[in-house]
Design a protein around this ligand. Structure first.
Ligand SMILES: [Fe+2]
Length: 162
């Protein structure tokens, strides 16, 4: 799987989890907490592989502004995740923060897939995209073994460097 296919697949997986969360409504607190944790772990590992591997590999004069914006969007997402990690699903602000998290992620995904991915196809060839995809998938799987959401509260001061 090349890097763009991998990231798209991860975007879709998180979007499905958000939809599942919305369908639960006020349902089981345990289920809502579990879904949040699944979302938080995936978003955290996803942001890390983008910041450490994807963004540095695709940085050009043309893409730099978009990448800076993407890193700021990651920061906003991480701050929401850090807030949510401190809340019980019964807290009155939990659903509101989940909703804002979902909207932020949707916007960020749209920008990446519509603008950034198009630029990337002009910067990297298929072999490079494939090698990057393999590297990012391995790193993602490794991060997912150790509850990556727990790293998020340490990453909320400033955006990752581009
Ligand atoms: Fe991203």
């Amino acid at each position: 799987m090349n890097a763009l296919e991998l990231l798209k697949e991860q975007h879709e997986e998180v979007s499905k989890l958000f939809k599942k969360f919305e369908r639960l409504g006020d349902g089981s607190i345990t289920e809502r907490r579990e879904l949040f944790i699944m979302i938080a772990d995936r978003l955290s590992a996803h942001a890390t592989i983008e910041e450490q591997y994807f963004y540095p590999s695709i940085k050009t004069d043309k893409s730099e502004d978009l990448l800076l914006e993407a890193a700021e969007e990651h920061l906003a997402v991480k701050r929401l995740i850090a807030d949510l990690l401190d809340l019980e699903p019964t807290d009155e602000t939990f659903d509101a923060k989940m909703k804002v998290l979902m909207e932020n992620v949707e916007h960020h995904v749209e920008e990446e897939e519509d603008k950034l991915f198009k630029m990337v196809r002009k910067t990297l060839n298929e072999d490079q995209l494939l090698a990057l995809g393999i590297q990012m998938k391995a790193e993602f799987d490794e991060l997912m073994e150790a509850e990556p959401r727990n790293e998020v509260p340490m990453q909320t001061d400033t955006a990752a460097p581009i």
